[in-house]
Design a protein around this ligand. Structure first.
Ligand code: 4AD
Ligand code: MG
Length: 477
C-alpha cells in the first residue's frame, strides 16, 4: 500500500478507503486517540485505536515520541477540531520511546532546555514550524534570483583574505597547537602549513563574488559564513548563512531597489506557502507577548507585520539625516541611550537603529551614505571625500538585516584606501586586478539569512532559527 503523508490525508476526501501512514506519536489519550505527526505539516492526524481489540502491551508502547506505522480507514471525523481521522486497523510500533526518559513531553518546555536538546527540539510544534519556514525561505531565495537572471556562485569557505577587514576570523591550520614551526622572529611559520599561508574560515563571500559579477553580470552566493566575534546577543551567531548578490553596472540606488524587492519577494513567498506554520507561529508570539508589559508588545501580529513589509515602501534615509533625528530624539536628550549621539561620525549601535525603525519611522529603513571611516575599505567614496556609498537595511525587532554598498571601482582610490587602512595590498592583488581590467560600477549586499528567518517567524533569539547554533562556548552536536 502507498504511504500517505499527514498533509495529504488531511485534505483528502478519499473517505472509507484504506490508507497507510508513518509518523511519530505526539500524544495518546484515553487509550484511544493518537495525535500523529510526520513532519509534513504542523497539523497532526487523529488515529483512533480500537483499544478493546488491541493487546495491552502494544497500547502501553504507544507513547509520545514513538515511531509507528498505521494502516486503517480514512473517515470523516466525528470529533471537533479535525475533518478527517483514521480508524486504525493495524498498528506497528517501529521505534519505542520510553516516556520516563524522552525529554520532549507534551508540555511547555523552556527555550533554553530545548537548545540543550537541539537534536530533539525539531520534534516540537514551534521548531518544526520554524524549520519548515526556513526551508521555504531558502527555496524562495533561489527562486527570486534564478527568475531574475542571477547566477548562483559558490565562493570558498577557506580563504586567505579578510573581506570585512575586521579581524574576526577562525584560523584554519593543520599545525598541532604546541608544535608549529616558527620563523626567525619567533612567529608561526605558515609557509609550512597545509596551504602555505595563513588561512581562515570566510567571513563573507563578497570579494570572490565580485570577481564573478565582473564576468557573469548578476550573481549571488548563499552559504555559511563565520565570525569569531564574542557577541552573546539574540542576533549573533559564530556560524551563520549569508545571501550576497553582486551586480555589475549597478549603483547604490539600484542596490537599494534590489534589496527591497528581494526581501519583499521572499516574505510574500512564505506568506503564500507557509500559512499553517505562520498561523501557529503568530499565535505562539501573541501568547509570548502577553507576558510583556503593554508598551513593549507589538501593535501588529506576525502575519500583519509580514504583510506590512511586503505592501509598504522602505524608507530611505541618509546617515546624516539619521544622525539629526537621533541627536534630537527624546531618548538621546533624556540620556536613555547607552551610547549618546553627540556628533556626526558616530557609529550607530543597535539601540539607535531600533529607535529609527521602531519608534521614529515605524517601517523598514535603508540608511545610506555612511562616514567612510566606520565602514569597510571596499565601499565607494563619495565626492564629499568623507562619506561612502554604503547602505544598511534596518528591520523592526531585528535591527540590521542586510548591509552592502556600491563598490570602489577606481583603482587608485581603492589602492589608496587599502593603504591608509593598513591592509596588506599584496593579499588583495586579485581584487585590485578587477579595477585594472574592465572595471565598472558595481554593487551588492549581504543579508543574514537567520535574521530573515527570525523576522519571518517572530522568534526572538537567533539560536532558535538555525538547526544547531554555534555561539561562544557552544558547539554541541
Ligand atoms: O554587514 P556585514 O558584516 O556585511 C558583509 O559581510 C558584506 N561583505 C556583505 C556584502 O556587501 N556582500 O554582514 C552582512 C549581514 C548583516 O547585515 C547581518 O544581517 C548578517 O550579515 N550578520 C550576522 N548574522 C548573524 N550573526 C552574525 N554574527 C552576523 N554578522 C553579520
Ligand atoms: Mg554590517
Amino acid at each position: 500500500m502507498m504511504i500517505s503523508s499527514v498533509s495529504e490525508l488531511l485534505v483528502s476526501d478519499k473517505f472509507l478507503q484504506e490508507v497507510q501512514v508513518k509518523g511519530w506519536v505526539r500524544t495518546f489519550r484515553s487509550n484511544r486517540f493518537i495525535a500523529l505527526n510526520d513532519g509534513s505539516t504542523i497539523k497532526n492526524i487523529q488515529c483512533v485505536v480500537d483499544f478493546e481489540n488491541t493487546d495491552e502491551n502494544t497500547l502501553k508502547r504507544i507513547a509520545t515520541g514513538a515511531a509507528v506505522n498505521i494502516k486503517g480507514t480514512l473517515i470523516e471525523s466525528q470529533g471537533r477540531g479535525q475533518t478527517v481521522e483514521i480508524q486504525v486497523s493495524e498498528l506497528e510500533i517501529l521505534g519505542d520511546s520510553n516516556p520516563d526518559e524522552y525529554p520532549i513531553q507534551p508540555k511547555k518546555h523552556s527555550m533554553e532546555f530545548l537548545r540543550e536538546n537541539a537534536h530533539l527540539r525539531v520534534r516540537t510544534n514551534t521548531f518544526s514550524a520554524v524549520m519548515r519556514v526556513r526551508s521555504a525561505l531558502s527555496f524562495a531565495v533561489h527562486k527570486y534570483f534564478q527568475e531574475n537572471g542571477f547566477n548562483y556562485v559558490n565562493t570558498p569557505i577557506v580563504t586567505g583574505s579578510d573581506a570585512e577587514g575586521a579581524g574576526e576570523m577562525f584560523r584554519v591550520t593543520t599545525f598541532e597547537p604546541n608544535d608549529a614551526p616558527t620563523t626567525e622572529d619567533g612567529g608561526v611559520d605558515y609557509s609550512q602549513d597545509f596551504f602555505g599561508k595563513e588561512t581562515n574560515l570566510t567571513v563573507s563571500g563578497q570579494l570572490e563574488a565580485e570577481t564573478f559579477a565582473m564576468a557573469l553580470g548578476k550573481v549571488y552566493t548563499f552559504g555559511p559564513t563565520f565570525r569569531a566575534e564574542n557577541s552573546n546577543t539574540t542576533r549573533h551567531l559564530a556560524e551563520f548563512w549569508m545571501i550576497e548578490p553582486e551586480v555589475a553596472f549597478c549603483d547604490l540606488d539600484g542596490n537599494m531597489d534590489l534589496s527591497e524587492d528581494f526581501i519583499k519577494s521572499v516574505l510574500a513567498y512564505v506568506l503564500e506557502h507557509c500559512k499553517d506554520d505562520l498561523a501557529f507561529l503568530e499565535q505562539r508570539l501573541t501568547q509570548e507577548e502577553k507576558s510583556k508589559p503593554q508598551a513593549e508588545r507589538s501593535e501588529m501580529t506576525l502575519i500583519e507585520k509580514l504583510h506590512f513589509v511586503v505592501d509598504n515602501n522602505f524608507k530611505r534615509v541618509s546617515y546624516t539625516e539619521a544622525i539629526d533625528i537621533l541627536r534630537n530624539s527624546k531618548p538621546n536628550k533624556k540620556k536613555k541611550f547607552q551610547f549618546p549621539i553627540n556628533e556626526w561620525g558616530a557609529d550607530l549601535q543597535s539601540e539607535h537603529e531600533r529607535y529609527l525603525v521602531e519608534k521614529h519611522f515605524k517601517c523598514p529603513v535603508i540608511l545610506f551614505d555612511y562616514p567612510a571611516n566606520i565602514k569597510a575599505f571596499y565601499m565607494r567614496l563619495n565626492d564629499d571625500g568623507k562619506t561612502v556609498r554604503a547602505m544598511d537595511v534596518l528591520f523592526p525587532g531585528i535591527g540590521e538585516i542586510a548591509g552592502g554598498s556600491q563598490r570602489e571601482e577606481r583603482y587608485d582610490v581603492l589602492l589608496d584606501k587599502i593603504k591608509t587602512m593598513g591592509i596588506d595590498e599584496k593579499e588583495l592583488w586579485w581584487y585590485l586586478d578587477l579595477r585594472k581590467f574592465g572595471t565598472a560600477v558595481h554593487s551588492g549586499f549581504g543579508l543574514g539569512f537567520e535574521r530573515l528567518v527570525q523576522f519571518a517567524t517572530g522568534m526572538g533569539n537567533i539560536r532558535d532559527v538555525i538547526p544547531f547554533p554555534r555561539t561562544p562556548q557552544n558547539a554541541e552536536f
